[in-house]
Design a protein around this ligand. Structure first.
Ligand code: TYD
Length: 223
């Protein structure tokens, strides 16, 4: 495994079951941090690079091409490998705060706990594909499966949204298990609360994390 060192900056990932409002909250947090003069970059998975955006419709498109669980896991991971090298690591190396909508924990939750692929094999695969790059902080936007799915209009549902309720329950339980196993990295947020409340909770948790890590806003240049 490539054991590249921690590149600096601060890497925050947003995770959780469907309908938790992650993308809205990523953008709200980015705006709040930019207001405080932090240098922030937002991105998402699968995506964030040209290769990633080409892989995205294979995984999430409406086409009904059957896909094995390993095909699915490897495509998500392929997009991620590209994303780390092209976007995440370079931004962190410049000292930026990178906000990423889903990352390795999504593969563990959906393809591991949800589809039943071997967790240890998946974990090693994630480690290889990312050069061991782990988030500094992971926000679990947690909410009951039924509440989350009811927020997604039927026609807007992608291939994974359309999975059974039992699948989504396994995903959610997987997230809770991972968060409980590593409380240093994970912070749980009640995503069933009102959007403004969720944004406040996230901002407070992130501010604490940045303070603990000694990450400071960009200094204003003196005239
Ligand atoms: P997305 O369009 O990001 O929307 P949302 O996160 O709001 O649902 O959908 C990504 C979907 O892909 C989502 O159902 C979770 C799934 N997914 C995986 O199954 N494995 C992964 O590794 C990633 C990144 C996402």
């Amino acid at each position: 495994m490539q054991t590249a060192g921690k590149p600096g900056g601060f890497f925050i990932t947003f995770e959780g079951p469907e309908g938790g409002g992650k993308s809205t909250q990523v953008h709200r947090l980015a705006a709040a941090l930019a207001d405080q003069r932090y240098s922030v970059w937002t991105t998402r998975e699968p995506g964030g690079t040209r290769v990633g955006e080409m892989i995205r419709p294979i995984l999430l498109g409406r086409g009904q091409a059957p896909m094995t669980p390993w095909s699915e896991a490897l495509l998500f991971t392929a997009a991620r490998a590209q994303h780390v090298v092209e976007v995440i690591r370079p931004r962190l190396e410049r000292g930026e705060i990178v906000l990423c909508d889903r990352y390795t924990d999504s593969t563990m939750a959906y393809q591991g706990y949800g589809r039943g692929l071997d967790l240890e094999t998946l974990r090693r695969l994630q480690s290889e594909a990312t050069g061991g790059l782990q988030p500094d902080l992971t926000l679990l936007l947690n909410l009951p499966v039924e509440t989350g799915l009811s927020r997604i209009p039927r026609l807007a549902r992608d291939r994974l949204d359309r999975e059974t309720a039992a699948f989504h329950q396994r995903v959610r339980a997987g997230y809770q298990e991972m968060a409980a196993a590593d409380p240093r990295r994970w912070r749980e947020v009640d995503a069933a609360a009102a959007e403004d409340q969720v944004a406040k909770d996230i901002f407070r948790l992130v501010s604490e994390g940045l303070q603990q890590a000694g990450v400071r806003p960009v200094q204003r240049r003196s005239a």
